[in-house]
Design a protein. Sequence first.
Length: 210
Amino acid sequence: MSTQVQERTGTRVIVRATVLIAALSVLGALLGLFRDLLLAQLFGATADTDAFLVSWTVPETASPLLIEGSMAFLMVPIFVRALRDHDSLAPVVRATLPRIAAVLAAVAVVVALTAPLLVHALAPGLADPELAVRCTRITAVTVFMFGLAGYMGAALRSAHAFGWQASIYVAYNLGILGALLLLHVPLGVTSAAIGVAIGSMLMVVVPEVL
């Protein structure tokens, strides 16, 4: 294969990847908008919605911190160095993933156990604090799942695979929308918290299939 043909092939691959990532980004944003509209339509501006929005603070804080922040800064240089020195991420993953997963699980448990204190601190005059506590305990799982998604994303970034970034938010919003549509009648606004937990789990699955 000539150099010119290789360059054309490489350009086509880059263009297709760029288009795919852009499309997934737009789809994720549209699904997020639809999620917010559906939540408003199903529950309106009620005390139940306020309770869920308090619990929404957990994933909204964990997402930029764990997916875009600490995991990227901490793990990308380590993964890049592992690929350069050993041409494999396996030794680094075996050494770091169990410890990181244990820390993430511990933090998630702490968030769940201290949910009453968090709810009181975030919304001291809330009409239904018990519902907010229940939703917060459900969304606490996102601390663990977002951390794993960030870890996997760092590994993929180090290998120059960037499509996961757009894909995970599509999966996340699909999980929330599915739970809202299927569970809002029997469970009320708790279905939204369950959807957040399911969506965060789907975020971990996406890097596995890319």
